[in-house]
Structures are given as structure tokens and as C-alpha cells.
Design a protein around this ligand. Structure first.
Ligand SMILES: [Zn+2]
Length: 223
């Protein structure tokens, strides 16, 4: 009788835990996982090589994954459908890639900011959520006020002239230049296509005297 009661309580406790922690795959909703993604959905996650995928003004730009399959779904869920827990999976994938780079430096994390009205409308800044999770893995400090987006721009994938669309849309906060310009900076972004947005931010940083920067994008669109 006591054992039956004990098992009954254990079952209720497990149901309660499942309700709280919702042990279901974020993408396909199957319950065959103890993690946020099931094995099946992890199968189409493809890591890229651990070499810079592009160099711009002596800055190395790395991309961790291909923008397709599960990675594409996770990014879209986070950006457009308020599925904030996607940021945990994306940051964990990014960290797996970052570890393989063996950079062994201490960095300040910055990220591609959103325009403030967009953040207000959505209620969160998706790149901040990823940066925050990435910071938990690495122990690196985030500086969210170094770069501001000062102009609303149409999404880059819709823009006919990507360079013109993004021109003059970021500003470096003068208050933080001296504090950070000699530190190692890691710039995070979610998707890179032409690289026009990253180039624009790098121009702003380099023009203010920043030198020790690396860029890490979660994904890269295959051309
Ligand atoms: Zn799944």
C-alpha cells in the first residue's frame, strides 16, 4: 500500500515536472527526448569548417552552421514566432562550434542590435537572448550598449540594394569606446548572406579604433 502510494506520488511528480519543463522537441514536438531537440531533428544540423569563411578589413568572420533544416526553423521560431527557448539550442550549437576554434582569449560579447521600435513591438531582442545564453557557456561579459541601431531598415533578404539599405544604420556609443577599444570583441549575428550588415558594423568599429574583433554568425546561407 505504502509502495503504491509512493509510486503514485512519483508519477504525479513526473507529470508535474513534464508540465513545467515540457520535455518535448522544440521543432517536431515529439516526446522522445530529454533535451530541447530530438535526435531526428539534430540529424540535419550541419556544422561548417573551423576556418574563417570570410575576411573583411583583416577581421575573421566565422559561420557555425548552414542556414537550412532545423537551424533555419529554430532561427525563424525565435525571430518571428516568440519561441524564446530556441535561443538556448542555438547558443549551445554556437558554443559547440566556438570551442572547436580554440581561440583561448577572453572576449566581450556584442551582437547585432535590433531597431528599438522593433524590440518594443516584439517584446524582446532575439540576438540578446542568444548572446545571454552564449555568455552563460563562455563566461564572457555582454556589452549591449556599445552599438545602437539608429535607423529602421527593411529586412536584408528583401532589400534590392543591401549595402544602401543598411548604410548609416548603426552608431557606436562614444561613452564606451575607450573602455572597450583595446579589448577582444566577439560580434555575434544570426544569419549571414552577403555580409553587408556585418561589414557596416565592422566599419563603424574599426573607424573608432577597434582592432581585436572576431565575428561569429550562427548560420550562413548557402549560395
Ligand atoms: Zn524533433
Amino acid at each position: 500500500m505504502f509502495l503504491k502510494l509512493k509510486s503514485c506520488f512519483a508519477n504525479i511528480f513526473e507529470i508535474f515536472l513534464n508540465l513545467i519543463y515540457n520535455k518535448k522537441c522544440l521543432i517536431c514536438s515529439c516526446s522522445k527526448t530529454d533535451d530541447l531537440l530530438c535526435k531526428n531533428c539534430l540529424k540535419d544540423v550541419h556544422f561548417l569548417s573551423c576556418f574563417p569563411h570570410r575576411i573583411y578589413r583583416d577581421i575573421s568572420i566565422y559561420s557555425a552552421l548552414l542556414y537550412e533544416g532545423s537551424v533555419k526553423k529554430l532561427i525563424q521560431m525565435l525571430k518571428f514566432f516568440h519561441r524564446k527557448s530556441s535561443s538556448k539550442v542555438l547558443a549551445s550549437l554556437l558554443y559547440s562550434y566556438f570551442k572547436k576554434l580554440n581561440l583561448n582569449e577572453d572576449y566581450i560579447i556584442i551582437y547585432l542590435p535590433s531597431y528599438f521600435l522593433k524590440t518594443a513591438q516584439k517584446g524582446y531582442e532575439h540576438m540578446f537572448l542568444i548572446a545571454r545564453e552564449f555568455s552563460k557557456y563562455t563566461g564572457f561579459k555582454i556589452e549591449k550598449n556599445l552599438i545602437k541601431k539608429i535607423k529602421y531598415t527593411i529586412p536584408q533578404y528583401k532589400a534590392k540594394n543591401r549595402i544602401q539599405n543598411i548604410k548609416n544604420s548603426f552608431k557606436i556609443n562614444q561613452k564606451y569606446i575607450d573602455k572597450y577599444k583595446n579589448k577582444n570583441i566577439i560580434l555575434l549575428d544570426d544569419i549571414t548572406t552577403s555580409g553587408a550588415t556585418i561589414n557596416e558594423i565592422l566599419d563603424c568599429l574599426i573607424n573608432e579604433g577597434f582592432k581585436k574583433i572576431i565575428c561569429l554568425t550562427i548560420s550562413k546561407v548557402q549560395k
